[in-house]
Design a protein around this ligand. Structure first.
Ligand SMILES: NC(=O)C1=CN([C@@H]2O[C@H](COP(=O)(O)OP(=O)(O)OC[C@H]3O[C@@H](n4cnc5c(N)ncnc54)[C@H](OP(=O)(O)O)[C@@H]3O)[C@@H](O)[C@H]2O)C=CC1
Ligand SMILES: O=C(O)[C@@H]1CCC=N1
Length: 271
């Protein structure tokens, strides 16, 4: 893995997403980082490689991060964010991955001059196959956006939007999307068992089919519809299954409803 040195970073929250990002940054040559994480067990795997402190007050006085990455739950923001307002200087950019929390709301807590990037990654970040969409808030410089892109590229692909409102549907589609794919594996397993397949074989089949299909999609230059059609022999078995799944009231409508519900929840979390 190629490395390039990253500047000093402050990570706030070292749970599932914060930990995945930190692993990626360490692979990319991160040498100086402070992690704020009250749950010592969550950051235990990084002991010795980064400094872990339980709260903002324990951050070493002279620490000057180039980026502060906010990876706490949206519901924790109101209480936690004011503790990091002292980092709102021209030298530091905030990168928030919190669902829903918008730039205006974070500026109200961190200071109106804070340079804030709102970003939405996903859990395939853990295997460096994430997809993150970012939005640069007011006052973010090109150099700060480039730094954020380096950080987010360490865990997969990146894309940028200039309209913050798009981050809500992004959260619903790519942010939460891995959960829908894992659910697919779950319900395929249950359906296989219902057809008499032994439980362990059903589990392996569902898992390998979802994983293998994702790998094929990633490796192929064909679009998803073309890959789907390649499985669907005329008058064959898949055609019968897709007639059920692709009926207008089935997956097309259900997925629209699911994405709309998640998008609405992201908007509810604004502020
Ligand atoms: N999971 C996902 O798929 C994605 C999540 N996100 C966003 O990422 C953020 C984190 O999610 P996720 O990693 O799943 O959540 P986790 O609960 O796994 O991680 C959050 C971590 O922050 C810790 N924490 C709580 N309060 C503070 C504080 N004041 N200062 C520092 N750390 C604190 C938590 O400790 P404790 O457990 O003790 O509370 C926990 O370890 C959320 O805002 C979510 O919207 C974005 C994209 C995808
Ligand atoms: O469910 C959530 O709210 C977060 C954001 C996207 C994925 N997990």
């Amino acid at each position: 893995m190629a490395t390039d040195t990253l500047p000093p970073l402050l990570l706030v929250g070292c749970g599932k997403m914060g930990g995945a990002m930190l692993s990626g940054w360490l692979e990319r040559g991160l040498t100086e980082a402070v992690v704020v994480e009250p749950n010592a067990a969550a950051a235990a795997g990084f002991a010795g490689r980064v400094k872990v402190v339980p709260d903002a007050a324990a951050i070493p006085a002279g620490f000057r991060p180039s980026a502060v990455v906010l990876a706490i739950k949206p519901q924790e923001a109101a209480v936690a964010l004011p503790g990091f307002a002292r980092f709102a200087t021209p030298e530091t950019v905030f990168v928030s991955i919190m669902a829903g929390r918008n730039v205006a709301g974070m500026r109200a807590a961190l200071g109106e001059g804070a340079a804030i990037i709102r970003a939405m990654p996903n859990t395939p970040a853990a295997v460096r196959q994430g997809f993150t969409v970012g939005f640069p808030g007011p006052g973010v410089t090109a150099a700060q956006q480039a730094l954020a892109d380096r950080l987010l590229s360490a865990i997969g692909e990146t894309a940028w939007v200039e309209d913050e409102s798009l981050i809500d549907p992004v959260t619903a589609v790519s942010g939460g999307g891995p959960a829908y794919v894992f659910l697919l594996a779950e319900v395929m397993e249950v359906a296989a068992i219902a057809e008499g397949v032994p439980t362990e074989l059903a589990r392996r089949m569902a898992r390998a089919t979802v994983a293998g299909s994702g790998a094929l999609l990633a490796a192929s230059s064909e679009d998803a519809a073309t890959l789907r059609k390649a499985v669907t022999s005329p008058k064959g078995t898949t055609e019968r299954a897709l007639a059920v799944l692709m009926a207008p009231e089935a997956w097309p409508r259900l997925m629209n409803q699911a994405i709309a519900a998640a998008t609405a929840r992201s908007r509810e979390l604004a502020g």
